[in-house]
Design a protein around this ligand. Structure first.
Ligand SMILES: [Zn+2]
Length: 136
């Protein structure tokens, strides 16, 4: 996950900015607003705005956490599918600049994983053959 976040940062500076802003929340650190609020009397309207922003931040944090979980699941599923067809896990052989295969990792370049092939590919082949060659 950390490697993927790093890749995201490198590929998209705009996302990197957001991730930097989210980092304190992701580490469960309260931004220093609390310290300011406790030591000084704050305008009630400003306090209200702070509370609203904190609420929004908590919602965003929850969304980010959910997206991280979903991303992790989908990355694992993507890896399984690549293994099922014997392709590069990073790019399926579609990226000539891939650090793992330089675009040579197309499906079938490696021996497909037996279990994953039977889980993902075999049912699709059966359906494909039935649909295109065995119409009744
Ligand atoms: Zn690759």
């Amino acid at each position: 996950m950390e490697a993927y976040m790093k890749l995201l940062r490198e590929q998209n500076p705009e996302i990197a900015k957001y991730l930097d802003l989210m980092q304190p929340m992701m580490e469960n650190k309260e931004i220093e607003v609390d310290a300011i609020v406790e030591t000084k009397k704050v305008d009630p309207e400003l306090q209200n705005q702070i509370n609203k922003l904190k609420k929004i931040n908590r919602k965003l944090f929850t969304i980010v956490e959910g997206l991280k979980v979903q991303l992790e699941l989908e990355l694992n599923q993507n890896d399984d599918l690549a293994k099922a067809i014997g392709a590069c896990l990073e790019c399926f052989g579609e990226n000539s600049e891939c650090s793992e295969c330089f675009g040579t990792g197309k499906p079938g370049v490696a021996i497909p994983d037996f279990i994953l092939f039977n889980k993902y590919i075999n049912p699709a082949i059966q359906k494909y053959n039935k649909h295109y060659f065995n119409k009744n």
